[in-house]
Design a protein around this ligand. Structure first.
Ligand code: 5AD
Ligand code: SF4
Length: 457
């Protein structure tokens, strides 16, 4: 009988991708994914360390799992192994083992290819506990099994990991290590395989994806722009995206690719974090506000309909009212289609956590509210401006009601339509033109644009 595997994923898309790869690693030793922890023989918590109290949440989740495990044992339903993976595992390795004795395995993101062996060892010797947070010299990508489970119409493909930028607020350079780029040939093969499984849109993932510098089959170092143009040659691959980018690595060729590569979607997530030069310097971002404006200007010159998204941190140590106003001003000048925003939170071990001039919590909350009100206004205006337009939508998800489909517009807007269920089945997984009825705060609502299809529906 197959053993059951439950993976709970926190945080970013990279973790979602990693969770799928861990499932691939565990499949050959008999593990199948399940949707609940209760009936799992192995639970993996794939954690994120970026947010405040992330580790605390993991420890309370472990507490719940421990009780569940005891209940399983008492009911004679078997054992439950508990593994902690992801960035909390990497950052707190031994600490996790000390604070949570019920955890069997602590595995850092660079060691996932060894997870199968670890689980086997523990199944053979139930007393053992393993912590593996090494950055091995062999790369995980060379040793991971090929991706097996199809991802659907819209898929993710990790091409780069790690970060050498050391923004002073961020743990990623410590948890994910130095920048590493996968070779072009491996990425192309994985993309072709995904397309063979029905994928039409691929989002290339990396903590610093536009710092990509992988080896091509010609032995040269390739840039992200070169890689994108190469992948665009794959028949059946209709859409390409990439995330997350750093302004410092937005080179001219990558900007040009937005104008000359139609498969590259007109949407870019380009975190700026702050609009104040003083704060950007303190953050060690390596660019100022003018540099960001120039990039946006060049991008819009080659792709006028480009939608921009960003990340913002409010209340970074030493942020004054004027610094914050500068951020609001940047937002007004750029006009974002979408954004994520956070209150600064101290990450132990990062330089910014050492600053004495931390911003009071109440002030952070107040600034975040004002910032989000402005961003929400821009997002709604962007979506509302789509009303009455016909846009190509890739339907990659089903809605709650039968016949409901949810897809992505080129600008990554979630787009809802209602169809009769047979028609919905026929369109699921493909691109169709949608006439937008209205824009809502979080996306678009519309109906099929093709009159023939509408009458058939
Ligand atoms: N505090 C608040 N936000 C943070 N981020 C990263 N580290 C911190 C921190 N210490 C945000 C940044 C980054 C996003 C993924 O998370 O905006 O771009
Ligand atoms: Fe963190 Fe900065 Fe690297 Fe992004 S670029 S992962 S924010 S250190």
């Amino acid at each position: 009988m197959a053993r059951k595997l439950f993976i709970k994923t926190y945080g970013c898309q990279m973790n979602v991708y990693d969770s799928a790869r861990m499932a691939d690693v565990l499949a050959p030793i008999g593990f199948e994914r399940t949707d609940t922890a209760q009936d799992a023989d192995l639970v993996v918590l794939n954690t994120c360390h970026i947010r405040e109290r992330a580790a605390e949440k993991v420890y309370s989740e472990i507490g719940r799992l421990r009780l569940m495990r005891e209940a399983r044992r008492e009911a004679g339903e078997g054992d439950m192994l508990i593994a902690v993976a992801g960035c909390v595992a990497q950052a707190e390795g031994d600490e996790v083992r000390r604070r949570a004795p019920s955890v069997d395995i602590v595995v850092g993101p660079q060691a996932y290819h060894r997870l199968g062996g670890m689980v086997r060892r523990i199944l053979a010797d139930r007393g053992e506990r393993i912590v593996d947070t090494d950055f091995p010299t062999e790369t995980k990508f060379d040793s991971l099994p090929e991706q097996s489970a199809p991802q659907g119409a819209a898929a993710f493909l990790t091409i780069q990991e790690g970060c050498d930028k050391f923004c002073t607020f961020c743990v990623v350079p410590y948890t994910r290590g130095a920048e590493y780029s996968r070779p072009v040939g491996d990425i192309r093969n994985e993309a072709i395989k995904l397309v063979g499984q029905g994928t039409q849109e691929i989002t290339l993932l990396g903590q610093n994806v536009n710092a990509y510098h992988g080896v091509g089959e010609d032995g040269e170092t390739w840039t992200l722009a070169q890689l994108i143009r190469e992948l665009a040659k794959i028949d059946g691959l209709e859409r390409i995206r990439f995330t997350t980018s750093h302004p410092r690595d937005m080179d001219d060729d990558l900007i040009a690719a937005h104008g000359d590569t139609p498969k590259l979607m007109p949407y870019l997530h380009l975190p700026v974090q702050s609009g104040s030069d003083r704060i950007l310097k303190r953050m060690n971002r390596g660019h100022g506000r003018e540099a960001y404006f120039r990039i946006v200007e060049h991008l819009r010159a080659v792709r006028p309909d480009l939608a921009l998204s960003s990340d913002f941190i409010v209340g970074f140590p030493g942020e004054t009212d004027q610094d914050f106003e500068d951020t609001l001003d940047l937002i007004r000048q750029v006009n974002f289609a979408q954004a994520y925003s956070f209150k600064y939170s101290e990450r132990p071990g990062t330089p910014a956590a050492e600053h004495q001039d931390q911003v009071p919590e109440a002030m952070k909350s107040e600034r975040l509210q004002r910032l989000q009100a402005l961003l929400n206004e821009q997002q709604l205006a962007f979506n509302e401006a789509m009303a009455d337009r016909v846009v190509p939508v890739l339907f990659d998800r089903r809605g709650k009601k039968p016949g409901q489909l949810v897809g992505r517009s080129p600008w990554l807007q979630a787009t809802h339509i209602d169809l009769d269920p047979v028609r919905a089945d026929a369109l699921f997984g493909a691109v169709s033109d949608v006439r937008v009825a209205r824009g809502a705060p979080n996306g678009l609502v519309g109906s099929l644009a093709d009159p023939k299809q509408e009458s058939a529906a």
